[in-house]
Design a protein around this ligand. Structure first.
Ligand code: ADP
Length: 963
């Protein structure tokens, strides 16, 4: 029997060694270190026992005992540390210290037992079955050893019981293992000491069993899985409450956060039922809510059903997240959003008000300047009024842009779709842009796909706005070369009845640098450009928004210094797939040559259809006297004497006392505004009386609002004379309107005035007054048209003669067609008439007649060229000689006048300065370069560039002094 016991020690040594090697190959962590230490201790213990039983003499046996006690003292200490670590309870350092001290004291006494009786009082070597063992009686330190062991045992038992009590049933096995590991060696030792083991100490072997048990628990059965430990740790420390219940709502586990949230849980931890906490029961059982409020904070619950078929466990786990902060963020966002909406609304309101405030004075500026232009003023006044009118119009376009954009932003801009013809869309755009291109001497190339469908469905007004905007930019940012418009189409990728209209607008202008392209379509984005200062940077932003609204795309391709190409692709429904008629296409591509725009005053062949209505009875209501004066002044043009009042209330009375044909009613008036007055007028029974709203509020939807408020029509301020005229024609009884044809040429423009402007073309072939009027009385336009005509005529002359000679009637027809329009524009009326005649003869294929008349046509053609050649040589001569038609001025007077001008400019006295520069430029001075510099100086003054003008004056003064 004893030899089995001794051999078992040897086996223990080998097993321990093998496991130490296996453990050394494993990942180094706390568990690994603990297990290696335990196996080493066990191995030492077994060695000690083996040595004791094989000891030949007492001293050897004593050494063996000393070896045994090394393990016997420290192994329980390691086990208690491991147990506490695993139970996640901190073992106070003081306890570890005391225990270590006690064990070390024991060990010292054992190791020194030959010299003291503290641990052993007597030691004798006994013989047993051929083996020896030590029989000992113990001294006081032995009791310390037993005491420390009991303390260790109690500590392990209590910590595991504590853990077991807090762990659901199926998950307690690891704690039972720990408890067993500490109890088994104690039991073995007790059995040994009570002589139940036949003098064989089984402790070392029990320790081996415990080590193996722990090894398999940790590494094979994963009872001490680190991951689980980590999970438990995380769960316990997390902010969210974590609660696990079984299917009967018995509490299985909860973390610290859960106990804080529901303090009642502390009492229920040992399998208590959560039914005493109704909210918690709802959290687990009521699926209808995910959020709840508790003690003024907001929580969100997440329930996960749990099930373990192996252990037949069922239950659920709740995670309760504190979402109070998220709630606060959401509240803040909602507040910020409503603030932003309110701010946006304020902005829209502010814009509407500002537009009203700006448009009201603009009304006077535009209106009165237009009136001046219509009243045949002296040249200088005409120029000033024209400048005022132009400036006012550009300001108005900026205001309109801002309003447009704010409407789009507010989502108030609705597309007004309908059927339209392609010619309708393009004709209008081309003629507007052509005038601008001609003024800048740019070629305007047009290329329209002849298969483009004739009739489409879409928003023509906004399509036009996009085209005009991009084309006007092309003109604005191009100094020489050409601008081009290409319109074509492709099949829509999605819809069969829709095409993708592709509009490509190119120019040879300044181009855009690559760094500016990404922000080009943003609001208020302008590329710094010293030469071009006008523009608000809103045009492209509006285009982009409009294109987006229409479901299209806009792209730009540009090279700095070379030019840009904007490509707009917009889906449009096809109404008629027929291509544009050839005629219409020719008209479109040629419409650019017809610079003679119809006068806004129903002009037809140089005559103006107008009317007077002296018997019309009209009331104008406006709180602003300036506006009253403006509207009445315009009405006077039609010989209408209007009644006026500045009060809405008074207007109601006036309407009651007199029969008016039309009432023009201002919208915003103090106290009793236009809407109230109109309401009162309607209530008094004047249901059919046309009441036209006058308003500076141009925000979208306003017109509808007016019509809904009882107004008959709407007239936006600044009042446009044509629109006012249309209203009069629409609402005045026909019998009051006396139509007549007025010859605006002789009435408003005289040959003398034109001669003053330098437009004195010799000969009789050109009626300068007609030409000037055809160019909307714009000197620059007329000169530019004249110039183009002259150059084209000269180059076409040979060709034209050839067409006639070679009987090329097709080309001749084209020639007469172009000539008819062009000649009419410049005022070459006879030539135009002859060309018109020839064209219709050619259209009727009456070629013999054409040949008989061709000679007359060409003579008239030559006459016009002759007169123009004379005019141009006269002009050239005039420029070369410094203007021989101008009175001469001597050096001193010139010098004085120049110095005077300089002082006026320094004082910013613009009126005097303009007088002086006009005087100087209307006189000639011997030095040619000075005349040219003076002309530049005049331009600078007109542009209010006084500093630049002063620089030029200094140069001239220096030149005069040196001459
Ligand atoms: P703006 O009123 O300033 O012309 P836009 O929105 O129409 O405003 O254009 C924004 C900017 O884009 C312009 O200031 C200009 O710098 C640039 N741009 C637009 N079109 C062209 C073009 N055809 N060539 C060169 N630059 C252009």
């Amino acid at each position: 029997m004893t030899h089995i016991y001794v051999n078992l020690q040897l086996i223990g040594i080998v097993i321990s060694f093998i496991f130490i090697v296996i453990l050394l190959l494993k990942k180094s962590d706390k568990e690994q270190k603990f297990m290696i230490t335990s196996f080493i201790c066990t191995m030492i213990y077994c060695c000690g026992i083996y040595l004791e039983y094989t000891a030949p003499v007492l001293p050897v046996a004593v050494v063996a005992v000393k070896i045994q006690y090394f393990s016997a003292c420290y192994l329980p200490l390691f086990i208690v540390i491991f147990s506490f670590h695993h139970c996640r309870v901190t073992l106070p350092k003081a306890i570890i210290f005391i225990l270590t001290l006690m064990e070390t004291l024991v060990l010292i006494c054992v190791w020194n037992c030959e010299n003291n009786n503290a641990f052993y009082t007597s030691l004798t070597l006994e013989d047993k079955d051929g083996f020896s063992y030590l029989a000992a009686t113990h001294g006081p330190i032995w009791f310390l050893y037993i005491g420390s062991y009991i303390i260790i045992l109690l500590l392990i038992i209590s910590v595991t019981i504590y853990r077991i009590s807090r762990t659901p049933k199926g998950f307690r096995i690891n704690y039972y293992i720990i408890c067993t590991s500490s109890l088994l060696p104690a039991i073995a030792y007790v059995l040994f000491k009570t002589n139940n083991t036949n003098h064989c100490d089984p402790t070392s072997l029990v320790y081996l069993v415990v080590c193996l048990m722990l090894y398999f628990s940790i590494y094979r059965l994963q009872f001490f899985g680190l991951i689980d430990l980590a999970r438990e740790n995380v769960i316990d420390n997390m902010q969210e409450a974590f609660i696990v219940v079984d299917e009967n709502f018995n509490l299985l586990d909860c973390n610290t956060a859960a106990k804080k949230l529901f303090p009642e849980l502390r009492k229920l931890l040992n399998q208590g039922n959560i039914e005493c906490i109704p909210l918690l029961v709802d959290i687990f059982s009521d699926d209808t809510f995910t959020e709840f409020e508790l003690n003024g904070r907001y929580y969100e619950k997440h329930i996960t059903p749990l099930g373990n078929t192996l252990l037949s466990l069922n239950g659920s786990c709740a995670i309760v997240v504190d979402v109070t902060q998220t709630h606060q963020y959401v509240d803040e966002l909602i507040n910020a959003n409503s603030d932003a909406l309110a701010a946006n609304e304020t902005k829209s309101r502010y814009l509407a008000n500002v537009s009203h405030e700006i448009r009201t004075p603009m009304n006077a500026i535009v209106g009165f300047s237009e009136l001046i232009l219509h009243q045949n003023p002296p040249e200088q006044v005409y120029e000033y009024a024209k400048d005022i009118n132009d400036a006012a119009h550009s300001l108005l376009s900026v205001i309109n842009d801002i309003l447009d954009l704010s409407k789009i932003e507010a989502g108030k801009l609705k597309l007004t779709t309908g059927n339209y013809t392609t010619t309708e869309l393009l004709g209008n755009v081309i003629s507007i842009i052509n005038l601008q291109a001609t003024n800048k001497k740019l070629d305007f190339k047009i290329n329209i796909n002849p298969n483009l469908p004739k009739e489409l469905f879409g928003d023509i007004v906004h399509l036009r706005q996009i085209l005009i905007n991009i084309l006007a930019n092309a003109v604005k940012y191009t100094e020489e070369g050409y601008i081009s418009l290409e319109v074509t189409f492709g099949a829509s990728p999605t819809l069969s009845d829709t095409i993708d209209m592709i509009i490509r607008i190119s120019d040879t202008g300044i181009g855009i640098s690559p760094s500016h392209i990404p922000t080009l379509f943003d609001e208020f984005t302008r590329v710094e450009n010293k030469q071009i200062t006008e523009g608000s940077g809103l045009g492209l932003a509006i285009c982009k928004n409009l294109v987006d609204l229409m479901g299209g795309t806009i792209e730009v391709d540009s090279t700095l210094g070379k030019g840009s190409t904007f490509t707009v692709t917009i889906p449009q429904k096809v109404i008629s797939m027929d291509a544009i008629e050839a005629d219409a296409l020719t008209t479109l591509t040629q419409s650019k040559h017809e610079t003679s725009h119809k006068s806004t005053f129903h002009q037809d062949d140089g005559k103006c259809q107008s009317f007077w209505a002296p018997n019309a009875s009209i009331l104008v209501v406006d709180d602003s006297n300036v506006n009253l004066k403006l509207v009445t002044s315009i009405l006077e043009e039609y010989q209408i004497k209007a009644d006026t009042t500045t009060s809405g209330r008074n207007a109601v009375d006036l309407v009651g006392n007199k029969d008016y044909h039309i009432v023009f009613m201002d919208h915003m008036m103090p106290e009793f505004d236009g809407i109230m007055a109109t309401k009162a007028i309607r209530e008094n029974g004047h249901l059919d009386l046309p009441v036209v709203a006058l308003t500076a509020n141009a925000v979208i939807g306003v017109k509808e609002m007016f019509l809904a408020s009882g107004f008959t029509d709407f007239l936006a301020k600044p009042v446009n004379i044509i629109e006012l005229e249309n209203i009069l024609l629409r609402y005045l009884p026909e019998e009051l309107i006396n139509r007549y044809e007025k010859d605006i040429d002789s009435q408003q423009v005289t040959n003398e005035r034109l001669a003053d402007m330098g437009l004195n073309i010799p000969g009789k072939s050109i009626n300068v007054i007609d030409g000037f009027n055809n160019c909307l009385k714009n000197k620059d336009t007329y000169i530019s048209v004249l110039d183009t005509f002259y150059r084209t005529c000269k180059s076409l002359r040979e060709d034209a003669i050839n067409y006639i000679k070679t009987k090329n009637y097709e080309k001749s027809l084209l020639f007469t067609h172009t000539l008819k329009n062009a000649a009419f524009t410049i005022g070459a009326n006879r030539l135009s008439d002859l060309a018109k005649d020839a064209e219709s003869i050619l259209k009727n294929r009456n070629y013999a007649l054409f040949e008989s008349k061709a000679g007359k046509l060409m003579t008239a053609y030559e006459e016009v060229i002759q007169d123009l050649t004379e005019f141009y040589s006269y002009m050239e001569n005039s420029t070369r000689t410094g203007g021989f038609t101008k009175p001469r001025i001597d050096k001193d007077k010139f010098h004085n006048k120049l110095t005077q001008l300089k002082q006026q400019l320094e004082m910013m006295d613009s009126v005097q300065a303009i007088d002086s520069i006009t005087y100087l430029t209307s006189h000639s001075y011997a030095d040619q370069t000075i005349t040219a510099t003076l002309a530049d100086c005049k331009d600078d003054i007109a542009d209010f560039e006084y500093d630049r003008a002063i620089d030029k004056i200094n140069i001239i003064l220096e030149r005069i002094n040196n001459s």
